[in-house]
Design a protein around this ligand. Structure first.
Ligand code: ADQ
Length: 413
């Protein structure tokens, strides 16, 4: 398909607090949470935009944005020679004394930036989902359809309606949204599959003028949460000006039948854990190795991972796992796990079904099972995590209803 010539500005909404990911979001914004060993969540939407050839990008930050800002400026500041940029924009309190009230208010308060750029079209994306997407294909459909506002949609199980914006389409015009309801307790199923509904992915394409009008009206309204999903999408739907883009039709070079249209909201610890397990599945549900649509990150200057056979019963190894640069597995055993950079695994220790963030140390004879260990956690000799979840709770660790133990940053166990 020929690339359109419209001027595009991309806005990444990166201000979410991520309370359901606590304690991983205790010291960092949700989009800065590490994912898949070497990435941070924000690397996925930013890689998608850059791979889509959209390189005028502003990232709206708010909560605990220090590590996010640092990551963006170290990793995502590319050459401005061709006028390309990724700019973090902290909450500005420009229009009133409050912090951003909701995602729509965040955009409204930075409207001066949009005015400076004067784009024809604004692409608005969330910062905390794991997926590959060519936004160019969505923008093409948006332009061809004549909609003022287009929402990307994906099918989800009906019992999850309270976690997503629910898109109801007009059966006569399947690309047109009849109504949009943010996180209703229940909803109707799709005509061809009553167990599924069409969920908003939190990604939008809007004509700039129409978006300005909607945001300005929303800012003046009393009856609003100033939220893109709760207020702006329903506003366009009610005016019959909203279209839906079917994510399932998005074509990514190098994708396979297995990982086509993979998209995960990793808003809860269980979803975050499961999405990691998808990476290490025998045939990965999400293929990090597809270099035709790379996910960029800051891999720095770390040396390669090293595995040490330290003695007859100390064969350092990792199976069914992802192992990052700077890792040393010396005489310990790792299975079905994700190891981030600089993790050290010592003799006779065991790590199974777990996710270890940067700099975690597992000392001799320590054991880790079904756990997420945040940055710089140290397991002392003979200690355990995830083996006795009652004990984990008693020690103040988080244990999810599914039995995943999460140990906060820097804890010595
Ligand atoms: P949620 O993710 O629950 O649902 P929200 O908390 O508003 O909605 O977060 C959306 C995005 O905006 C996230 O990337 C978040 O980080 C960011 N954000 C939130 N408040 C912000 C602020 N004040 N400033 C800057 N950024 C902010 C949304 C949609 C649903 C859709 C799901 C898909 O509202 O309709 O189904 O995403 O996961």
């Amino acid at each position: 398909m020929a690339k359109n010539k419209q001027k595009i500005l991309s806005i990444v909404l990166a201000g979410g607090e991520g309370t359901r990911l606590m304690p991983l979001t205790r010291d960092r914004a949700k989009p800065a949470v590490p994912f898949g060993g070497v990435f941070r969540l924000i690397d996925f939407p930013l890689s998608n935009l850059v791979n889509s050839d959209y390189r005028h990008i502003v990232v709206l930050t708010q909560y605990k944005s220090h590590s996010l800002d640092r990551h963006i400026s170290q990793m995502w500041r590319f050459s401005s020679l061709l006028g390309n940029y990724v700019s973090p924009v902290p909450a500005q309190q420009r229009l009133g004394k409050h912090w951003y009230l909701g995602s729509a208010d965040a955009i409204y308060q930075t409207i001066n930036i949009i005015e400076d750029v004067q784009p024809d079209i604004v692409v608005i994306v969330g910062a905390d989902h794991v997926y590959r997407m060519d936004f160019g294909q969505m923008v093409e459909q948006h332009i061809e359809s004549g909609a003022e506002f287009t929402v990307a949609g994906i099918r989800q199980p009906i019992e999850q309606s309270n976690q997503f914006g629910v898109i109801d389409v007009d059966p006569e015009h399947p690309n047109q949204i009849k109504s949009f309801l943010e996180k209703p307790d229940t909803c109707a199923g799709l005509p061809d599959d009553p167990n599924m509904f069409l969920a908003s992915m939190g990604n939008y394409v809007a004509n700039t003028d129409a978006l300005f009008d909607a945001l300005a009206k929303d800012a003046k309204s009393e009856d609003t949460k100033h939220d893109m999903g709760g207020d702006i999408a329903p506003y366009f739907a009610a005016r019959n000006e909203a279209g839906v883009y079917d994510f399932n039709s998005n074509v990514i070079p190098g994708s396979t039948d297995t990982d086509h249209a993979y998209w995960r909201d990793v808003g809860t610890l269980k979803q975050f854990y499961d999405a990691h397990m998808d990476l290490i599945a025998y045939v990965p549900e999400f293929n990090l190795y597809n270099q035709a649509w790379p996910i960029y990150t800051n891999s720095g200057t770390l040396p390669p991972a090293k595995f040490i056979h330290a003695g007859r019963d100390r064969l350092g190894h990792a199976t069914d796992s992802i192992v990052s640069p700077g890792v040393i597995v010396s005489g310990g055993e790792v299975h079905h796990s994700v190891l981030s950079p600089n993790v050290h695994i010592h003799s006779w220790s065991q790590v199974v079904d777990s996710i270890l963030f940067d700099g975690v140390v597992v000392n001799r004879r320590a054991r880790v099972y079904k756990a997420i260990l945040d940055k710089n956690v140290v397991l002392t000799e003979n200690s355990t995590v995830g083996i006795d979840t009652e004990h984990d709770l008693a020690r103040g660790f988080t244990v999810t209803p599914e039995g995943i133990t999460v140990v906060p940053k820097g804890t010595v166990v």
